[in-house]
Ligand binder design. Structure first.
Ligand code: GAL
Length: 691
């Protein structure tokens, strides 16, 4: 990074639209750190010893009752909170706050035996059973009623309790692809409402004239069967919308119920960051969204020989950048302290990696981090899962020690911190939004057209480049204001409509820089092709027309040339016909369409629209295009190697090294190192203040 830019890096106190941390967290705490504790697994005589040690290690809260429905309601309608009261009292004695959970992921056996109709039914007819978890159907009104009855008792009991800071709903609530009869009835109801009881409207939306699929009545509709590979994909699109809504409704209703009693406690849940499932962010009753993240589970997504012990360098960063923009703050509910039990191979993390992950969560702007779990279980499915302490209940694990170190470091930084939004101007200048809609992914993954197509892989090429630039990135959906960002990238945004294209056009005309990429605007929101030249929806915006698209064999890639450099591609390439105002940035070579454009730029109003019609093999072309665009826009970028990421918050710069070699960071003038050194070893961090 050039010195002049470093010198001009001054604190910018941009006030974000949403107050960071919301009303629930204080900036000066930086982050709270806590741990899962399952008192129901341990002899009551050990509770106080455990809670005291949790406190002494530096934790500030514990997480309770996540899977304890059987203990909370041992018989239908009979509640027992006395044991939990005693744990909460002990936690308070040892200065630990509490996150309370709704335990709906583990219904007691009496419930499944008395009301078997609440169980999830799989497509092949298998009905899930008691003995594991997450076997109850969110589509079942009866299950919901029983869950709400229990939650209401819990909320009445703890909703006004100052020792409880907040609530976690369910556990890793996912979208259930459930063939329970109630789900089928629910799907029909959803369709009736969506299509205003007009079956012809549904027939048109689903294109049922094709293959005699036409329906005469909503009563004829069933859940789409994935076993039939050619199942109507418009139907699948609606089914996925319905299934996501069902999970979201269940969480929203739980949340509303708790809020009737809990006026000063927040409510969230702990999502797995499965970005394509489509439910994350859909439960807007929650005060903010949280996620769970596991980094070491056997697959080598890291860098170098021991990368599998450190994990994918952008796995936490992307979750941060996805969850934070939804409601302005986020927390991390589960982060592994050591080996897990469920990976393909369950190795020890590299010494330092656990602390590196903690800093990575913090760097993204989170308000709390909770680790799964305190004690390694002696029985049950997760016997081999590490804890903060081992099987004797007292010996602190290496990961536990890394937590201890992190919590000490955070406490040292408290008191030195500025406001959350205190970040250097050059950093905020490169803030970029990635416009993302899971529905595009649902649609393209069903109709890849080239087996090498990967929607998230395509997005990742842009995301990786941006993090290498040291850019703050927000994943946003269409509800967000584009003009908050100088740069917006909409990768492979397949399903669109005129209103969205009009918003994009206004954004550009007003001075925004918009990057659209291949496959954008090809379909309407039902997944149908508009009756116009292929891909024409965005022509007035890009200034181009599309001649055709081509897909190549991976072993016979094509090439694109930009500024004298060649790049391989095979997955998707659009052969463009540039308009008068299009500046051609890259062209195809070595094919019968040699010399035709693959990438164009157009100035429109005060802004710029870039169209990248090709998906390169390794993301290097995408990087070259973005580099040129940011340079032309006068936006300074960094050149961080893959594996090194950096962020700012609270007036601190945080640099994290996931790579397999030391990295020396070029500190801004006047920066004061608080933690680490300018040369950062593998699995280590550097924290500095900005003047
Ligand atoms: C998570 C889950 C936890 C626990 C953990 C084990 O996915 O939410 O309840 O099972 O995995 O690593």
């Amino acid at each position: 990074m050039k010195k002049s830019i470093i010198l001009s890096a001054i604190l910018s106190l941009t006030v974000s639209v949403l107050q960071a941390g919301g009303p629930w967290f204080r900036d000066k705490d930086l982050t709270l750190t806590g741990v899962y504790y399952y008192p129901e697994h341990w002899n009551e005589s050990q509770w106080e010893r455990d809670l005291k040690q949790i406190h002494d290690l530096g934790f500030e809260f514990i997480h309770l009752a996540e899977f304890a429905w059987a203990q909370l309601e041992p018989r239908e309608g009979e509640y027992d909170f006395a044991w939990l009261d005693r744990v909460v009292a002990l936690a308070d004695k040892h200065d630990l706050k509490v996150i309370m959970c709704t335990s709906t992921a583990t219904p007691p056996v009496w419930l499944s035996r008395k009301y078997p109709e609440i169980l999830i039914r799989q497509e092949d007819g298998t009905v899930l059973d008691h003995g594991a978890r997450q076997h109850a159907s969110f589509a079942s009104p009866l299950y919901r009623k029983l869950a709400y009855r229990m939650i209401e008792q819990l909320a009445r009991h703890y909703g006004n309790d100052k020792r409880i800071i907040g609530w976690q709903l369910d556990n890793e609530p996912a979208v259930q692809f459930d063939y329970n009869l109630e789900a089928e009835a629910g799907f029909r109801e959803f369709l009736r409402r969506k299509y205003n009881d007009d079956i012809q409207a549904l027939n048109a939306a689903w294109g049922t004239a094709f293959w005699s699929e036409v329906y005469a009545d909503f009563g004829e509709i069933t859940l789409p069967k994935t076993a039939q590979m050619f199942m109507n994909h418009h139907q699948i699109l609606d089914y996925r919308r319905f299934a996501a809504l069902q999970t979201n409704d269940f969480l929203n209703e739980q949340c509303r119920l708790i809020k009737r009693y809990a006026k000063n406690q927040w409510v969230t849940t702990n999502y797995i960051p499965n970005y394509e499932e489509g439910h994350i962010g859909g439960s807007r009753e929650l005060d903010f969204q949280s996620y769970t993240r596991y980094m070491v589970y056997g697959d080598n997504e890291g860098i170098g020989r021991r990368g599998y012990r450190v994990g994918n360098p952008l796995r936490i960063a992307m979750a941060n950048d996805f969850f934070r923009p939804i409601q302005g703050t986020y927390g991390v509910m589960e982060l592994q302290p050591g080996q897990v039990n469920w990976g393909s191979i369950n190795p020890q993390p590299l010494p330092g990696a656990v602390r590196l992950w903690l800093w990575s969560v913090f760097a993204g702007g989170s308000d709390f981090i909770c680790t799964y779990r305190y004690r390694q279980p002696l029985y049950g499915t997760e016997q081999y899962h590490y804890g903060i302490v081992g099987t004797d209940g007292v010996t602190v694990t290496p990961g536990g020690r890394e937590y201890e170190q992190f919590m000490k470091e955070i406490k040292q930084l408290r008191g030195k911190c500025a406001k959350r939004e205190a970040k250097p101007a050059d950093y905020t200048a490169r803030r970029t939004a990635i416009l993302f809609n899971h529905e595009n992914s649902w649609s393209m993954e069903r109709q890849k057209q080239n087996h090498t197509w990967s929607t998230l892989g395509h997005v990742d090429k842009y995301y990786r480049t941006l993090k290498g630039f040291g850019a703050p990135v927000d994943f946003i959906d269409e509800s967000k204001e584009l003009t908050d960002y100088p740069m917006v990238i909409a990768p492979a945004y397949q399903m669109a409509d005129e209103a969205l294209v009009a918003r994009w056009t206004t954004y550009v005309k007003q001075g925004g820089n918009l990057v659209l990429t291949c496959r954008t605007g090809h379909k309407d929101r039902y997944g149908r092709l508009p009756e116009q030249p292929f891909g024409a929806l965005i022509n007035d915006l890009t200034g181009n027309e599309m001649e055709f698209y081509d897909l190549l064999l991976p072993e016979e890639p094509g090439t694109v040339v930009m500024d004298g450099q060649e790049y391989d591609w095979n997955t998707w390439g659009e052969i463009l016909k540039p308009g008068k105002e299009s500046e051609v940035w890259a062209t195809y070579t070595r094919e019968f369409y040699e010399g035709k454009p693959a990438v164009t730029k157009r100035r429109l109003g005060k802004g710029t629209i870039i169209y990248i019609g090709v998906d390169s093999k390794d993301g290097k072309l995408e990087k070259t295009v973005l580099k040129k665009l940011y340079a032309e826009a006068g936006i300074p970028v960094r050149e961080l190697p893959y594996g090194v990421t950096m962020e700012y918050r609270n007036g601190f710069g945080i640099v994290m090294n996931y790579s397999d070699r030391p990295y020396t960071f070029d500190l801004p003038d006047g920066a004061e190192i608080l933690i680490g050194q300018a040369t950062i070893p593998t699995a280590d961090v550097l924290v500095f203040t900005i003047k």
